[in-house]
Ligand binder design. Structure first.
Ligand SMILES: [Fe+2]
Ligand SMILES: [Fe+2]
Length: 395
């Protein structure tokens, strides 16, 4: 039984949280507090597994509260529940929150996020992982282009040309988006050479996810390594994102889940780029070790660094406050059984896409996991899907 404290100044929402979790009564004991002060009072007398707080409240803000929670009870998981416009502020408060739930949210999002927290948080709290993250040359700050696009999409008069203008400000992102718009998979008769056309071809939400991965990708500049190519990785990420989203759609996942799978697929190996950028010699050693010992890359990384590329990227994305579904899919893409959520999610799609998007990786598939969540019989369909996407790309 886990104890959760919700802190929210809106009375209606506060009641809603308790009602939402009432169906999970055997797993969650819910306590509510109307503001930061009341929450502090409760926290002085008892410990909670999770504190989920609104961002903007009169008196103490959510960030101030969670900063205090961190000092008082470092083992408590801290979640910020807030509107998109607060996301940059939440992301700036490094270390104060573990996860982010965007408002407004569906009952199922809250439930799934809570189910994810336990496994994800234990994973991200690992000391070796934190030590490795501390060795990174620098952790890039929140990708603002992504945020600007989200805000534009959510504004009542959002339009393609405004999104094109946001993208055009950043040449690295523009180049990547034009490259994708011109890929054979889309099959356009004429080449696309301006951002406006690219946005209308690809769609606003695809461009949003692409801009995120392009910006993250371009913030790391690895030198030349014998066993690693940033270009190959970029292609792998694009293919995985594409396949993960297609699988989600085939399984009739909703729009948000499919987009989360796309985004997570495009980001899942960013940790490799981080290692190649900050610790190239050691990363080269891990790559060589995986090859000579015939072990997986995460296993080799554990030997060399004590932590893995999956943890590193999940750590960064957790700090940025990306949605829990994305952080989870990145964190466990090699080892999905580690997630507490035993159902078909973006994690499943990213795990499968990582293995199937390039023919060579299929050894990475965890059949026991697919069996466990009851989708093993879908695998042949997904293999066909992967083959179709690959042949489109070759065409
Ligand atoms: Fe990976
Ligand atoms: Fe991968």
């Amino acid at each position: 039984m886990k104890r959760i404290l919700f802190v929210e100044d809106n009375e209606v929402l506060l009641q809603l949280y308790s009602i939402m979790l009432s169906s999970e009564r055997d797993q969650w004991e819910t306590t509510v507090a109307p503001d930061g002060q009341a929450a502090m009072e409760l926290l002085r007398h008892s410990a909670f597994d999770v504190v989920a707080s609104d961002m903007q409240m009169p008196g103490m803000s959510g960030i101030e509260l969670l900063t205090e929670v961190r000092k008082m009870h470092p083992q408590t998981s801290r979640i910020i529940i807030s509107g998109v416009s607060d996301q940059a502020a939440a992301a700036d408060s490094l270390n104060c929150t573990h996860l982010f739930i965007p408002k407004p949210f569906e009952v199922d999002t809250l439930r799934a996020t809570l189910a994810r927290i336990v496994s994800l948080d234990a994973y991200l709290k690992d000391d070796k992982l934190r030590g490795l993250a501390g060795k990174m040359r620098s952790l890039p700050s929140f990708p603002m282009v992504y945020l600007e696009i989200i805000q534009e999409i959510e504004s009542p008069n959002s339009c393609v040309s405004n999104i094109a203008k946001i993208i055009a400000k950043d040449p690295a992102i523009t180049a990547k988006i034009l490259q994708v718009a011109n890929s054979a998979a889309i099959g356009l008769p004429e080449p696309v050479n301006d951002p406006m056309e690219a946005v209308s071809q690809l769609g606003m939400t695809t461009v949003r996810s692409l801009a995120l991965s392009a910006q993250v990708f371009s913030s790391f500049k690895p030198g030349r390594l014998k066993h690693f190519s940033a270009e190959t990785l970029w292609t792998h990420l694009m293919n995985s994102g594409d396949l993960a989203r297609t699988i989600m759609r085939r399984e009739r996942a909703d729009f948000i889940e499919s987009e989360d799978a796309f985004t997570a697929g495009m980001l899942h190996d960013i940790g490799q780029l981080m290692l190649a950028d900050s610790l190239p010699d050691e990363f080269e050693k891990a790559l060589a070790l995986a090859e000579t010992e015939k072990i997986s890359l995460p296993e080799a990384e554990l030997e060399v660094f004590g932590a893995t590329h999956t943890g590193l990227a999940a750590y960064l994305f957790g700090l940025w406050g990306l949605p829990a579904a994305i952080v989870e899919a990145v964190a466990f893409h090699h080892d999905p059984v580690k997630s507490d959520l035993k159902e078909f999610t973006a994690l499943t799609a990213v795990h499968v896409a990582n293995a199937l998007s390039d023919e060579t990786e299929s050894a990475n598939l965890n059949l026991d996991y697919l069996e466990l969540i009851g989708v093993a019989d879908r695998l042949n369909d997904w293999r066909d899907t992967a083959a179709e996407l690959r042949s489109e790309q070759m065409a």
